[in-house]
Design a protein around this ligand. Sequence first.
Ligand code: NAD
Ligand code: MG
Length: 384
Amino acid sequence: MKKLTILGSTGSIGVSTLDIVAANPDRFEVVALTAGNNLELLAKQIQSFSPRMVSVLNADLALELDRMLTGTKPEIFHGVPGLIAAATATDTNMVVAAIVGAAGLVPTAAAIAAGKDVALANKETLVTAGRLMMDLVREKGVKLYPVDSEHSAVFQSLEGQSRKDLKRIILTASGGPFLTLPLERLTQVSVDDALNHPNWSMGQKITIDSATMMNKGLEVIEARWLFDVSTEQIDVHIHPQSIIHSMVEYVDGCVMAQLGVPDMKAPIAYALTYPERVTTGVKPLDLTKLTGLTFFEPDNARFPCLGLAYRAMADGESMPAVMNAANEIAVDAFLRGRITFTEIAKLIEMTMDAHHPHTLSVIEEVLTTDRWARQKARELLGLA
Ligand code: NAD
Ligand code: MG
């Protein structure tokens, strides 16, 4: 029986994870759930899954949740200490890290430090603190399973193979909603246009990241750490149909790929039940119904964020954390209508240009770097 803590249970990944739990009651028990401010959904999840503890964003929300609940209530925590308590709960043996953004770093690190296996959706944890996290994973001997569909595809394509034979990883990318939009119109796209992803239904932040392709940049960094390869060994191919979720090329010229209809339930389930497979309700792939599978190189002028991610990795250890923080500020500013779509990449680049990269020896330094970059990006926006 897997005893789960789900960090970010009210988000897109959190909800899909609980769907899998509900479909496999003999395999899973829910120990703890954490949410931001969506109390209504959290209350429903508490009713359905009876966690013994939950955590919400702040003390006011914790009080409000307590008032909303009737009958047997879980213990209610809040804030970062609440996330850490949920991530390190003694009876939990697997933590699903599904908080969005750098806010996921501290609880995910706490889970690993406490010896929990982790199903990782929160790619920002590896982007901001990849080396420190992987060192901790090795030191604690825990398992880190990818939830991100591309990384699940790579993980599956590496199974049974000898790592010395790996030549390169090819991450596929849908290209998002603006793949074919005339370049000069990119400055005018609306928030709704950017949130209208052609293939995947996801949280707001990652949907914007997919439109800028910063998501793929974050994923290149995530893959570098998860699979211990250099960024030079990671290529990105645009594949608008999102059927091949990623590939591994070997020295003999053979390429292994994982295919399926785009539905996060498949990679989530694999992370939860590896090495076994369970039914997920994901629609079967009917290759005869496909009109074609196409692949091409991403265009730098259209997707400058992808280049920024490679640059951040080359610049030095603290730069990916700076890039990530600036991206979070930029995406938020775009969603609030403060900047245009094309200004997202510009703000990130300007923040990176202002940073002097350095090494990171402890998580606290990552947090300091993250705060510095948020402040700098806000300054550049004229908000601080
Ligand atoms: P989402 O916005 O739908 O959900 C985020 C969750 O985190 C919510 O439960 C929210 O309440 C919680 N949260 C947000 N800020 C918080 C904070 N400061 N403190 C505590 N909790 C907080 O996001 P999502 O789309 O589910 O993505 C979650 C993570 O998974 C991201 O890192 C994303 O990149 C990754 N991911 C998502 C998908 C997808 O299909 N949605 C695919 C691959 C990877
Ligand atoms: Mg992905």
